[in-house]
Structure formats: C-alpha cells, structure tokens
Design a binder for this molecule. Structure first.
Ligand SMILES: [Zn+2]
Length: 426
C-alpha cells in the first residue's frame, strides 16, 4: 500500500520516518504504574489477580480509554486495547506484555512492554496517524507464574495451549482459584478462547541478562528463544557410617551428584554458543554429617537454540550417567519435568525490528532470549518478534531492577517503527 493510505493530512512519509515517541511520557507512565504495589526497596510486588493487579489493570484501561481505544477482556482476563485502523477487517498488529510481577519484582519487567504499547498509541494520536490495520495493546494475565503456576497463563489460554476450565481451577498456596479471583477483581471477560486473529505480535522487554550492557548495545534484535529441557535426577547409593566404611567400598550418591553437576556445566560449555546448563536444586538424604549420603535429588536445566544440539547435550549427559551406574554402582532415575521447544521468531518481524533499529541509527545486535515470554506462545499463532533493551547489571526479578530512561525510549521507538512497518508503510 502507499504511504498516503497510512498518513492523514497531518503527516508525510518523512514525518513518519522521523517519528519519535515521547520518552518522558513513557518514563512517567512506568513510574506511575510502579506506585501500585511499590516496595520499600524501590521495586514492585503486584502479584497476578490480586487487588493491586486490579488497580494496575484499571489504570491501564483508563489511560487507553483516554487515548481513544476500545477495551475488550477475554475469559482469562487478558485485556486488549484497540486503536482502530483504516481497514478494521484486517487482523490487528499487536504488542503487549504483562503487568503482574514477582513478589520482589521491579518496575520494568513486563510493564515496559505494556507502557511502550500505550506510548505507541499516544504517539500515533499526537501525529494524527491512522494505520491501515488496527493496533492493539495486550496485557496478558499471570505471565510470571509466581502466585499461580504455570507462567505465561493468559497467552497460553489465548492460543488454546492451556485448557480454560483446568486453568480456572488452579489454586494459589491459600487455595484461591484463578477463576474465582478473576471474577473477584472484575476481569472475567466475555471474549472467547482461542482468541481473535492477530496480524503480527511484537513485545518490547528488558533483556533480564547482561549481554547488551556488556556489548554496549541499546537494542537486542531477538532472533529466537532457547529451548528448555528440565529433569529431576535421583541417584541412589547406600547410606552408611562415615568412619567404619572404607573409601573403596562406598556407594556415595552425593559424590555421584557432584560429578553430574560438573558434567552439566562442562556439556553446556562444549555446546556454545547459546547452551546453558544449570543444577539449581539439590537434596541429599539423610543429610547427616557422619553418614555417607544414600540418596540425592538434583535438578538439571539444559537450554539451547538448536533442538539437535539440545538432544546432543542430553546424549552427553546419558554417557556420564551410564558411567556412574557401572563404575560407581549407583542406581539412577532421570525424570523429565519440563520441555519447551526452541523457537526462531518470524523473519518478517525480526527484520522489522532490525530495520527499525537501523533507521534510528542505534547500536544493536542479534540476541536470543533465555527466558520465557508471552511472545513465545504468540509465535505459534502469528508472526512474532521481540525487542530487548539493557537493564542494569542484567538484573531482574529483583527490587533493584533498573533501566536507563533513554534506552527505554529507544526501545519504544524501535517498537513504533516495527509496528508501522508491519502496518504496510515506512
Ligand atoms: Zn516479563
């Protein structure tokens, strides 16, 4: 389509190429939202479907209505703020993220993506720009998975991956259920799931890692997300007295676990780039200083961007386990606990982000996401892409989480231009 179809009388094509969001307004929105559930250390605690979550949602809805958007809420409480386009029969170009936080969360994780979407709409309003397809900003329910597991709940139900009734029945530690809490806070909506068709989905997010900061880049063009394979490994030996049992006659399960932990680290180092290997949880039985540990549970978390590399990493682990069985006489049980496939984002969306960064002349690099995001689920139903901006020292899920206002403004600008490009112009 031509430039004219996008631009009202007020704009020209060069106006659009030079279009900038209002960084101060974006920052102020983030700071205002962060008041709801503010913690003494400067973070935010706004758990999914609590009264504070309702207050955050109400504020978002109020801002979007003031910006002329219509609001739809679906049966899992996802909010969609829609700015009409010229052709409203087209599926919307969507952006979004989440405003629920971890108990010791920060001001930016998720909120940056949602407030950026709002800022895109406010910017289009400021310049009287009408896009061809409608623009939508989504707030996804319970992305964090802190109060209710699993994480990415709202987007998972939206795409039909999670069953609605089963999700309603999920309870928090106090026994409060998702369905009841949605009703209680007034966000049990009407729109059915699986949800409406989406033309493209973009999500701006803080990186939650240290790479951009280390590389001195402002924008991460997210090309994909690491696949994840999680296991619980149980090692069984024989517990016996730490004195009378000679070294040569022991079956020490914790010693075996130590070899596994070393191996997981080595295997990840041998599969660079992109490989991660972590043993984050360990339990040793009976846990007594003068008893040789007879049974140990250790968690294993492998990640990689390439599925075949991930499979190779697990093969390597199997070799180590086989050796522990034959040479150390341990009994082993490896139980898979989670499996998220690796994902490449859609070329069109990745390119839209990269072109946006190039056009704005900002330092950028390709990057992969090691964490889960709603965009990963959205990628199953439409072309999707993500934009990362640095966060201080790579720290998030922490009250001290921090980001530079200028970096955030640049990220939001890239989002604006990527969304405009997917609207058919720029
Ligand atoms: Zn997030």
């Amino acid at each position: 389509m031509s430039v004219e179809t996008l631009v009202s009388e007020a704009g020209t094509s060069s106006d659009i190429a030079n279009l900038n969001i209002n960084g101060e307004r974006l920052w102020q929105s983030l700071m205002d939202l962060a008041q709801l559930g503010a913690t003494p250390k400067g973070g935010v605690c706004r758990l999914a479907l609590t009264d504070l979550d309702r207050e955050g949602r109400d504020l978002f809805v109020k801002w979007c209505e003031e910006a002329g958007c219509s609001i739809t809420i679906d049966v899992i409480g996802n909010i969609f703020a829609r700015r009409p386009g010229k052709d409203n029969s087209l599926p919307p170009i969507m952006t979004g993220s989440h405003i629920d936080t971890q108990p010791t969360g920060g001001k930016f994780d998720g909120c940056f993506g949602v407030m950026s979407g709002l800022e895109v709409i406010r910017t289009l309003n400021d310049h009287n720009i009408v896009t061809e397809a409608p623009i939508e900003v989504a707030v996804w329910t319970n992305e964090e998975g802190s109060r209710f597991a699993p994480c990415m709940m709202g987007s998972g139900v939206f795409i039909g991956k999670f069953d609605l009734e089963e999700t309603y029945a999920i309870a928090d530690y106090e026994g409060a259920k998702v369905g009841d809490e949605l009703k209680r806070i007034g966000y049990l909506g009407q729109q059915q799931v699986p949800g409406h068709k989406v033309g493209a989905y973009f999500e701006a997010h803080i990186e939650q890692g240290p790479i951009l900061e280390n590389e001195e880049k402002t924008i991460g063009v997210v090309i994909g997300c690491l696949g994840q394979k999680w296991f619980d490994l149980t090692l069984k030996g024989v517990e016996s007295h730490a004195g009378p049992t000679p070294m040569s006659l022991r079956k020490d399960a914790l010693l075996g676990a130590a070899e596994v932990i070393q191996a997981v680290n080595r295997i990840a180092l041998e599969h660079q780039p992109y490989a991660c290997g972590t043993c984050g949880h360990i339990e040793a039985y009976p846990g007594s200083r003068n008893v040789i540990p007879g049974e140990v549970l250790v968690s294993i978390d492998f990640r990689h961007l390439e599925e075949d590399q991930l499979a190779h990493m697990i093969n390597e682990l199997d070799k180590v386990l086989e050796k522990l069985k034959t040479e150390n006489g341990l009994e082993l049980e490896l139980k898979p606990t989670a499996n998220f496939p690796a994902l490449y984002f859609h070329d069109d969306c990745v390119n839209a982000v990269r072109t946006g960064a190039q056009r704005l002349g900002v330092p950028h690099m390709d990057i992969v996401s090691g964490a889960g995001h709603d965009a990963i689920f959205m990628a199953e139903v439409c072309p999707a892409g993500m934009i990362f901006v640095p966060c201080e020292d790579g720290i998030s899920h922490n009250e001290i989480e921090n980001a530079d206002p200028e970096d955030l403004a640049v990220g939001c600008n890239v989002l604006l231009h990527a969304m405009l490009e997917r609207s058919g112009v720029c």
